[in-house]
Design a protein around this ligand. Sequence first.
Ligand SMILES: Nc1ncnc2c1ncn2[C@@H]1O[C@H](COP(=O)(O)OP(=O)(O)OP(=O)(O)O)[C@@H](O)[C@H]1O
Length: 385
Amino acid sequence: MIQYLRNLHRQYQLKQPLVKAFELAGVYLKYKNGAGKELHILPIIHSIKEHTDYTTYTFTLPDGINPQLFDKHLYVFQQVFGEHISFDGTVKQFTLTVRAKVIDVEPFDYDYDSVSRLCKKVLLPIYCGTSIEGTPIIYDMVTSPHLLIAGETGSGKSTQLRSILTTLILHNDPSQLRLYLADMKRSEFHLFRNVAHVEEVCNRVHQLSKMIFSVRAEIERRGDLLDEAELSHIDDYNRTRKDKLPYLVLCIDEVAFLKKEEAIMEVIEDISAVGRALGVFLILSMQRPDADVLDGKLKNNLTVRMGFKCADLINSKIIGVPGAESLTEKGRFLMKSVELTEIQAPYLDLEKAKVLLAPYKVTPKPKQVDNEDILFEAFDGGSGR
Ligand SMILES: Nc1ncnc2c1ncn2[C@@H]1O[C@H](COP(=O)(O)OP(=O)(O)OP(=O)(O)O)[C@@H](O)[C@H]1O
């Protein structure tokens, strides 16, 4: 009973600032009572949910209130709740998300040693960074399989990819993890060339096409193996076999470049649907969230999303991280998995990454020249672009 009364009181406390903001922003209908006194009909607040670092308010507008009032009077809500708020909704039903700033974590340098103990608790650790409350955030890709990293140019995506891949390499033996990397922006995956864990690094569509079809063939092979063994997950298979199957991670930097490559996009969608049980995982990055690329099942299957600063609310909503448009720090992002968490990514510069990866470099495999490569070189004058 006491707990019930406490909850009721807390709901009342949380509700008051929203009621105040509705009044200040003029989000109400006016009417006069019998005595001629002006009264206001405010939106109906249906639910208030308080999470560790954010609170959501769901409410419905009375008919006749212009929903654009929220855009026009956003500053009023920011004055009441602070800068880090976002509205989600279209005409009548809205959700207001208010993110708390408990402690503001400063940008910091990548240091694997400081998180290696935590990484050891999981199979494929994705080291995300530090929450704004100062807690290191690491999750297991085996249980939360496919990741999308999105945000505008200069927001910190490449740095995050660099540190995520480096952590995976430092944590796993090459026999447990094989990386397939595609750098469609041609910016920096050269860093990972000849690392023992890396199966291939490609940066042209025809190379990616071959790579991705070889991953699909492996998926089919694994499906058959599990079928024959009457098992449904690669981990069960590996528990009983000597010839264990490694986890495969396919990482594509700037997947939006592939939007017109239907055959490739189809395989990416298939991996997103069946990869989890077969130990095949995706990491995709994208500068401008493209609704065409992210449409349908792919978006739903990218269960973890890291939204770095986005141009506007429309973009951050496409990724599923409303609020990312108001991030200001470099390397700061909102992560959506079960909940929405604000995180500061570790900063790993290129030179330090090279030093960390140096012990894992192996002699390059002899390059297999294929006719398509020769044709490509002839067209681009061998510039490699
Ligand atoms: N975690 C971080 N902490 C501090 N600064 C960072 C962090 N990540 C990135 N930066 C700064 O932001 C700059 C841009 O980062 P980065 O190249 O990763 O952005 P991007 O989103 O990949 O951009 P683009 O899409 O144009 O390649 C870096 O050079 C660095 O100065």
